[in-house]
Design a protein around this ligand. Sequence first.
Ligand SMILES: Nc1ncnc2c1ncn2[C@@H]1O[C@H](COP(=O)(O)OP(=O)(O)O)[C@@H](O)[C@H]1O
Ligand SMILES: N[C@@H](CCOP(=O)(O)O)C(=O)O
Length: 293
Amino acid sequence: MKISVPATSANLGPGFDSLGLAIAMKNQVIIRPSKFHSVSLKGEGANNPALKDNNMFISIFNDFYHNLAVKKRHYRFEFYNEIPLSRGLGSSSAVIVSAIASAYAIEGIKLEKSKLLNLALAYENHPDNITPAVMGGFNVATVQENEVKFINKSIPNILRAVVVIPNRPISTQLSRKSLPFKYSKEDAVFNISHSSLLTAAFMSEDWRMLRTASLDKVHQKYRMKQMPELFDVQKTSLRSGSLMSTLSGSGSTLFSICFSEDAKKIEKALKTKFPHFKVFTCDFDNSGVRIEI
Ligand SMILES: Nc1ncnc2c1ncn2[C@@H]1O[C@H](COP(=O)(O)OP(=O)(O)O)[C@@H](O)[C@H]1O
Ligand SMILES: N[C@@H](CCOP(=O)(O)O)C(=O)O
């Protein structure tokens, strides 16, 4: 059995804890029955001892498998990870979603995507990464009475993502602690109006509106201060023709959206100016979690 889950970019500027989309970069796990429990890791995190000794996937998988399995078996888990850890590309959401989906699929129990999403919420209480990880595409999500309420839309292939991944991680948990406890009414109104405009721009495919709509006063400036070079990455991307450029999740990745024909030029400008960062162009993912039995 093979499960794959896409990387995600959350917030998209003003939509803190609410907006997110999926890109065509994924983590995959192949699970086979085996005589003993065993784990192999390739790609991102392969040299991280924490992922071998105390793997978040295995512990979440066990939470569900022990309740669902009629007859417990041993498995070999082969992980092929493309999503870097703690770079703001939803690595933890991908793990949560794939672990829950795997436990159900291995027992042959059908799991609706909406139920998977609500189960994932117990492990990550903001829905902006888990929703695109499950659904793919662009998503607006909120949580009401422990349920994710969301609207999803596919992203057309006239658009590309340009991704800049710094060599330093930022932990989501710590990064959230660097944010203010209170905001002024002006900042709240600014973000509500921009987030609404950004959502309307995605829904009506008014891509020229993204540049104005993606401005934010709630989180980016506080977080980007930890890595001031990111302000320069953002400026370079916008000057080179991006439609929008925002901190991805809690960082440290800077995420830009552009018309497909502009992607190479933007990628080249960013690679030239920031040779120490990983820069690449990527498609969007409109499918979300995939299970192949
Ligand atoms: N492929 C993986 N396998 C197991 N655990 C992972 C994997 N990727 C991420 N994690 C867990 O998620 C944590 C990173 O989560 P977080 O700081 O929220 O970063 P991100 O912004 O990438 O979601 C890691 O420290 C690790 O515990
Ligand atoms: N809304 C969250 C998103 C965190 O995304 P991640 O990919 O950095 O885990 C936040 O801004 O903290």
